[in-house]
Design a protein around this ligand. Structure first.
Ligand code: F3S
Length: 399
């Protein structure tokens, strides 16, 4: 593999930075990965997004690994943001998180901070300042954000694991294979949508179905006229959860779709009946005692819409709206958090219904409007699911 002088110095252990031996181990990991996939060079990256942040996901071994890195004085080489943590980092007490869990989660976040990462604690880094440009190479590990960056922005990242994304963040580069290369970004299957998805839940159901069918393929959607940014993040998150879709194209919507417009591809159609069947498949419980919106993390626009629906009403069940700390601060400054919380909901920052230890927090059936959350809640959190639209969830919360 061709390496620059700086990359060679990292690999040889001649790098002058503190923690040179750890940097050498990280560079070896990247070179090995490149060798496996036939990469001929390393690409410099514009940013990294690191997964494996919740204590629930990485446990004590992950915590100790991160603290060892931090103690060695290692720092990331590029702008790097982190995934949601296992709890709201400020309001965990009032939300019911256990102090033992919180203590470990705080140590994880402290280690990331010491490594030089930005404590964004969100799966939507592109909404809080880690916004790549078209064609920029990245090493991102959050599957929904990988999908958004590749598809909606036209940046280039493989679906990294936590360790490879962290290695790329520390070394500032990633091997040139997979979705970094033009030849691997062409669609493999055409999806004609005769259903008319309108809400985020519709797009989540569509993504869940398409992910199941195409697995790690690259779908080209013929038409999806109502797809805005929030719908696209819901669609991509679900496709990455039920399948392993890291890139999709939509004619007339996403930036690379026009390159492939004339291509003849096998495919399938998604009808309104298909979406009804997916909603039924995702619903495994009868009546929800906990209702959660904000997967992927809610944007400021979504928070404004939720606040408008809740204004002056009374929430009678546990209702969480998950978002990033940054978006929550903007929503607080705009009076939106106050409206939602005066109604009885909670705007929960830094975490979500999947990476928080909700299985230890006492309830068993959760209503969501997210195809990704519906895919993960049964297996990862031991929850039954009621899959509803956002407006239906708000009505249910106030019933
Ligand atoms: Fe984000 Fe959690 Fe959903 S990490 S995409 S809100 S499962």
């Amino acid at each position: 593999m061709r390496l620059t002088d700086a990359q060679r110095a990292m690999l040889d252990g001649a790098d002058q930075r503190r923690g040179a031996r750890i940097i050498q181990r990280m560079m070896r990991l990247l070179v090995r990965l490149g060798d496996i996939y036939g990469a001929e060079r390393m690409m410099e990256i514009g940013s990294a997004q690191i997964s494996g942040v919740s204590f629930k996901s990485i446990g004590d071994p992950g915590l100790e690994f991160l603290e060892d890195l931090a103690a060695a004085g290692v720092k990331v080489a590029v702008a790097s943001t982190i995934n949601p943590a296992g709890m709201d980092l400020e309001d965990w007490r009032t939300l019911g998180f256990a102090p033992e869990f919180a203590a470990r989660q705080e140590r994880i976040v402290a280690a990331f901070r010491a490594l030089g990462l930005m404590v964004t604690a969100t799966c939507t880094p592109y909404l809080v300042g880690n916004l790549p440009r078209f064609g920029e190479h990245l090493a991102w590990a959050e599957s929904s954000a990988v999908s958004f960056a590749n598809s909606v922005i036209g940046a280039r990242t493989n679906r990294e694991g936590g360790p490879s994304a962290l290695a790329a963040a520390i070394c500032g580069c990633t091997p040139d294979y997979g979705l970094h290369r033009d030849e691997n970004r062409a669609p493999t299957v055409r999806v004609r949508v005769s259903a008319a998805p309108a809400t985020q839940a519709d797009f989540g159901a569509l993504g869940y179905l398409v992910g199941q069918r195409v697995r790690d393929g690259i779908p080209l959607f013929s038409t999806l006229p109502l797809a805005g940014v929030d719908e696209l993040k819901a669609l991509g998150a679900a496709m990455a959860a039920s399948g392993a879709v890291a890139l999709y194209h939509i004619e007339g919507v996403t930036p690379e779709a026009a390159r492939y417009g004339g291509r003849t591809l096998d495919g399938f159609e998604v009808t309104a009946q298909d979406l009804d069947a997916v909603r039924a498949e995702l619903t495994t419980g009868a009546s929800a005692d906990w209702l959660v919106l904000g997967c992927p993390h809610a944007s400021i626009k979504e928070l404004a819409e939720i606040a408008r629906k809740l204004a002056g009403r009374t929430v009678r069940k546990r209702l969480w709206v998950c978002t990033s700390r940054t978006v929550k601060q903007l929503a607080t400054a705009s009076g939106l958090v106050q409206v939602i919380e005066e109604a009885g909901g909670r705007v929960v920052a830094d975490t979500c219904m999947v990476v928080a230890p909700i299985e230890a927090m006492g309830q068993g059936t959760m209503a969501v409007d997210s195809g990704k959350a519906a895919a993960y809640l049964p297996g990862f959190c031991g929850q039954r699911v009621v899959f509803l639209g956002r407006d239906e969830i708000i009505e249910e919360a106030c019933r």
